[in-house]
Ligand binder design. Structure first.
Ligand SMILES: Nc1nc2c(ncn2[C@@H]2O[C@@H]3COP(=O)(O)O[C@H]4[C@@H](O)[C@H](n5cnc6c(=O)[nH]c(N)nc65)O[C@@H]4COP(=O)(O)O[C@H]3[C@H]2O)c(=O)[nH]1
Length: 712
């Protein structure tokens, strides 16, 4: 087959029974650059036709064996739609032949006598036309194939909206009113707004010389699908429309946006989205010279709930909290505006941290109202996964522009205010003040210094005697951690243990205290002194720690302490969280041979009936009751009740914080077993205990020999 472009190597087949005619044809056509082959009759012409696939055939009509008409008919049958130009050579006024030539499929005719000068031009023109026709056919085939392969719905629409052509694609989903849309108008076929939209864009596509693109939704009883429609003018007064179902793409896009901008668990905007929203709010507030507020909400003791009740419960709780906060921010009556509207934008920054942006406030009091709203909404006990949980928020508030004019400053200061709120006893809100920054800085430097304290041997222990009221003898000591801070001097546990608990450093510190206290116990024994019960505080983190039993076994083995002399103090709130696990842990500790004391009793749940499920030996009444015990009737009643009930459960009772004789006398009357407090001794260095043990052996008792002089 010849080339489809250019005339080089194109093949012409000259068919005539007259050799001179063939020669003339050959000479003429070769001059136009064609490769010319000859045949002397119709049959030979057919053979050559099949073999050469010529680009043009010049075919004489009257020939022996097979005439030109037959040959043309056969060629058309054989060529398989190639539409090779076949030019019949007829007599000049032989009208019948000309008509028949067309009937049998000839492309054109030339008349004899042949005008040789124009023959080459006509042949070249015909070749060009045939080539163009072929390219057109091919491109049409390609287009048809493309259209076939496309899942889209296609319309060809006239300027008046009449559908000229239609390919259904996924039209069923498009909810057409008829299955035969051709001949009807767009608005007859497509439902309400969809039809109107298409008509509008149809007019625009005809006016403008470009693609008109728009999206629309189709809702059916079952689902909602999104379509993208493109319209382009395909003639002076018709338009071609491609309608594509883009529901899946849109959903994927939406999901990606959701993932990038929203917190999966609560569905609230995430940190990224929050920052963008806050930037916008700040820009608006700056432009319109408005005040705005940023509330930083952190849940108190959330980590503990997560650790004790598990992450599933923690997650559920966060969802509930997100819902509650959203609800309280959505309440319209907070600022006395009519109707329910969104007063603030809420986000979850991560963990248990939420933010609320109030982008337009008249005064900071509005922010305070929202903060109180949030507090109130959370204060109700929440039923989560079978548990009843009470969670309180600590909220820091920063106001634009007073507390910061850019995102980072506002965020940092709201965060600082939140920390301050936590420090103020949690469950409250605080507005930022510049003084808070100094405190936050202090906290940070303290945290860093504490990290180095153990390595630098800056920690040590003071021991506070526990005195038996009947014998008056010191029967035990409580080990209390102390820190000799390089710049701040001596810090007692209350100044750094809460921070160590927050940062987790309490694990290492607690381990060190435990080891050192047990060693101390044994050193006193080795010095020939009588055995003293050694009470060591255990923080919640330590109590729940996997490796606690391993650590205790190791300490008991390495120091050689008799575990019966080791008493671990845990607060009642630690025991009351996740009670089943706590009970198991207490039993494990008991099995090790150590005893357990409940510290700060009276400050939390104070459920003695609950406590009886725990094999606990000692109950320590919190200082706050002892402080007022001699004067205040309530404190007296509580103290009496605790002592009586503890005794009925076979527990020993130690009163903490005894500072005055009246307190001591009262406790004595109530048969309290032991006391601990400044009246007898402050926490002191081990040498002081040492000395007292020796004097005690000589019969000198506390507080007649108060160790206060040697105290911290
Ligand atoms: N006003 C007054 N206070 C008295 C009196 N007698 C004792 N105190 C103080 O009351 C606290 C008693 O310890 P706690 O209730 O176990 O409370 C302790 C304990 O829960 C914790 N803690 C101390 N050492 C450790 C430790 O090594 N590990 C852990 N996890 N916590 C510790 O830190 C808390 C505070 O310890 P400290 O600051 O040493 O404060 C000690 C002690 O100095 C008194 O008569 N009047």
């Amino acid at each position: 087959m010849g080339e489809t472009t250019g005339t080089t190597h194109q093949i012409a087949l000259a068919v005539d029974d007259d050799p001179s005619m063939r020669l003339m044809l050959r000479k003429t056509l070769e001059r136009t650059g064609l490769e010319v082959h000859e045949a002397g009759n119709g049959q030979l012409a057919l053979d050559r036709f099949q073999e050469l696939h010529p680009d043009i055939v010049l075919l004489d009509i009257s020939m022996p064996v097979m005439d030109g008409f037959r040959a043309c008919t056969e060629m058309r049958r054989l060529e398989n739609d190639r539409q090779t130009p076949i030019v019949m050579v007829t007599g000049a006024d032989d009208h019948d032949s000309i008509r028949r030539a067309y009937e049998v499929g000839a492309t054109d005719f030339i008349t004899k006598p042949i005008n040789w000068r124009i023959l080459s031009h006509r042949v070249r023109y015909m070749l060009r036309a045939s080539q163009t026709m072929r390219q057109l056919r091919e491109s049409e085939m390609r287009n048809r194939a493309i259209l076939e392969a496309m899942p889209d719905i296609m319309f060809r629409i006239a300027a008046d909206g009449t559908i000229l052509d239609f390919r259904p694609g996924q039209a069923s989903a498009l909810d057409l009113k008829t299955s035969r849309p051709v001949g009807r108008t767009v608005s007859e076929v497509l439902s309400g707004t969809t039809g109107t939209l298409m008509e509008n864009h149809l007019r625009r596509a005809l006016r403008a010389n470009g693609i008109q693109q728009y999206d629309f939704e189709v809702k059916s009883a079952l689902e909602e699908r999104v379509y993208e429609s493109r319209l382009v003018a395909s003639g002076r007064d018709e338009v071609f429309a491609i309608v594509r179902d883009v529901t899946d793409t849109k959903r994927a896009e939406e999901r990606m946006r959701q993932l990038a901008y929203f917190d999966e668990m609560t569905g609230l905007p995430n940190r990224q989205f929050f920052k963008e929203q806050l930037e916008q709010s700040i820009a608006q507030a700056r432009r319109y010279k408005r005040q705005m507020a940023l509330l930083f909400v952190d849940l108190d003791r959330f980590k503990r709930i997560n650790d004790t009740l598990g992450h599933n419960i923690g997650d559920l709780l966060l969802k509930r909290v997100a819902h509650q906060i959203s609800h309280s921010v959505r309440e319209s009556d907070v600022v006395g505006r009519a109707g329910v509207e969104e007063l603030g934008q809420i986000a979850r920054l991560g963990g248990d941290e939420f933010t609320v942006v109030l982008s337009e406030i008249k005064s900071p009091e509005e922010a305070a109202q929202v903060a109180r709203r949030i507090q109130e909404s959370l204060v109700q006990p929440m039923k989560v996964g079978g548990y009843e949980i009470v969670i309180t928020p600590s909220i820091g508030v920063a106001i634009y522009p007073d507390h910061g004019e850019d995102l980072n400053t506002l965020l940092k200061n709201a965060d600082v205010a939140m920390y301050y709120a936590k420090g103020e006893g949690r469950n409250n809100y605080q507005f930022y003040t510049p003084a808070m920054n100094e405190r936050a800085f202090d906290r940070l430097t303290l945290e860093n210094a504490l990290r180095r304290a153990l390595d630098n041997n800056e920690l040590f222990i003071h021991y506070q005697p526990q005195v038996n009221l009947e014998s008056g003898e010191m029967v035990g000591v409580e080990a209390l951690a102390r820190w000799q801070h390089p710049e701040r001097g001596l810090l007692s546990a209350g100044n750094f243990i809460p921070l160590a608990e927050e940062t987790g450093q309490v694990i290492l510190i607690g381990e060190w205290v435990l080891r050192r206290a047990c060693e101390q116990h044994c050193e006193w024994l080795q010095a020939g002194l009588p055995p003293l019960r050694m009470a060591v505080n255990l923080s919640g983190l330590q109590f729940r720690q996997e490796g606690l039993l391993f650590l205790l076994r190791d300490v008991i083995e390495k120091t050689g302490i008799d575990p019966a002399y080791l008493e671990l103090e845990v607060t009642e709130s630690i025991l009351m969280q996740n009670t089943e696990q706590a009970r198991e842990r207490v039993q494990e500790l008991k099995d090790l041979g150590v005893t357990l004391a409940v510290d700060d009793f009276g400050t939390g749940y104070s459920s003695l009936s609950y406590l009886k499920n725990f094999p606990v030996k000692t109950l320590k009444i919190d200082q706050s009751f002892i402080r007022n015990v001699a004067e205040d009737a309530d404190s007296m009643a509580i103290t009496d009740a605790i002592i009586a009930m503890a005794h009925s459960l076979g527990m020993r009772v130690i009163a903490e914080g005894v500072e005055k004789d009246e307190q001591l006398n009262y406790l004595r009357r109530q048969n309290c077993d032991e006391v601990q407090g400044f009246l007898f001794s402050r926490p002191v260095a081990p040498e002081v205990i040492d000395e007292h043990l020796r004097r005690q052996a000589e019969g000198v008792l506390l507080p007649d020999q108060p160790l206060l002089a040697a105290a911290e």
